[in-house]
Design a protein around this ligand. Structure first.
Ligand code: GRG
Length: 301
């Protein structure tokens, strides 16, 4: 097994335990809601955002126990967005992470509450654990995730997405949609991981360095979506663990419908290169972030 694959699998397993510990237990009242929350979050997903947070934390020298709280907050927001996105009022999908979607396994009202409760839990985690020695910096981190998930971030991107069905978008318009819908949370994962300050403050990066990481996150957020569009058009449902070809079926504009597969792949490669350029000054300390960038553009699911 390559060193990177082993790093990924160690961190995925470790993170699963973190989530199991942080989520409410299924036998605690209200049991059905808690069971549905655990069903929607545990045992599935690539955990790309938490892995990016771990890698950014390694780069900044942040204590891993702090990084994984921030990573969990981001993953809970991501999980909530998937649960809501799959509901009949949005994408109306029956399969997610290779199993029935939350509203199919439980019911629509429960799925709505699962999303609400996961979002609240994310902010509870960010506020009840010490993530940075500097309280003002920690408050900025809470704000960062709030903006990334709200109407100027992921939820706003989703609103643009819903409004764009059946419309012809220009490339800049499509880019704006995805920078918000998918990119904002990926960027937040990188920045939050990096800002979990070490007890001895070694973890504090300069603003210029954080800007470089932000550039990396922005490029990889968009690259992730371009690759997602290519996979949606090329891969099968069994490999993806979610319904393939959904965007075309729903008459949604994508990088593939706008540019064609070959140009979309070229665009992903350019974004990948720009992302790696942003890491140049970090040298060997950014090794895991580079490897994750390679994984994101080369992934098959
Ligand atoms: C409902 C507020 C709200 C937002 C929904 C994330 C999202 C916004 C919609 C999901 C639809 C979608 C297919 C988005 C494209 C990119 C994406 C986020 C894919 C899923 O993320 P992965 O591949 O999933 O990281 P896993 O299951 O591996 O965690």
């Amino acid at each position: 097994m390559s060193d990177f694959i082993s790093w990924v699998s160690t961190h995925q397993s470790r993170f699963e335990e973190v989530l199991k510990r942080l989520l409410p237990q299924a036998d605690a009242m209200p049991q059905r809601l808690h069971a549905a929350m655990r069903y929607s979050v545990l045992d599935g997903g690539k955990r790309v955002r938490p892995l990016l947070a771990y890698a950014a934390g390694e780069l900044s020298g942040a204590p891993v126990e702090r990084v994984e709280i921030a990573a969990a907050a981001v993953e809970l927001i991501h999980a909530y967005s998937l649960v809501h996105d799959d509901m009949p009022c949005m994408d109306d999908d029956v399969l997610r992470r290779g199993k029935p979607t939350c509203h199919v396994e439980y019911d629509e009202a429960t799925a709505l509450l699962v999303g609400d409760a996961l979002q609240s839990l994310a902010f509870q985690l960010l506020s009840e654990h010490r993530l940075n020695d500097d309280a003002a910096r920690q408050l900025q981190m809470v704000k960062l995730l709030a903006v990334a998930s709200g109407s100027r971030g992921m939820a706003g991107g989703q609103a643009i997405d819903l409004a764009s069905v059946g419309k012809q978008l220009s490339l800049p318009e499509l880019e704006q949609m995805h920078i918000h819908k998918t990119g904002a949370l990926i960027r937040a994962a990188v920045l939050l991981g990096a800002q979990c300050g070490a007890e001895n403050n070694r973890g504090n990066l300069t603003q210029a360095q954080l800007d470089k990481l932000d550039r990396f996150g922005k490029c990889m957020g968009l690259a992730f979506q371009v690759v997602d569009d290519v996979l949606d058009s090329e891969a099968d449902t069994a490999t993806l663990g979610k319904t393939a070809g959904k965007d075309a079926d729903n008459n949604k504009p994508t990088y593939v419908t706008l540019l064609g597969v070959a140009e979309a792949k070229k665009m992903a490669a350019e974004l990948h290169r720009d992302a790696l350029d942003a890491l140049t000054e970090f040298g060997a300390a950014a090794r895991r972030l580079r490897e994750l960038a390679d994984f994101i553009v080369m992934r098959k699911y």
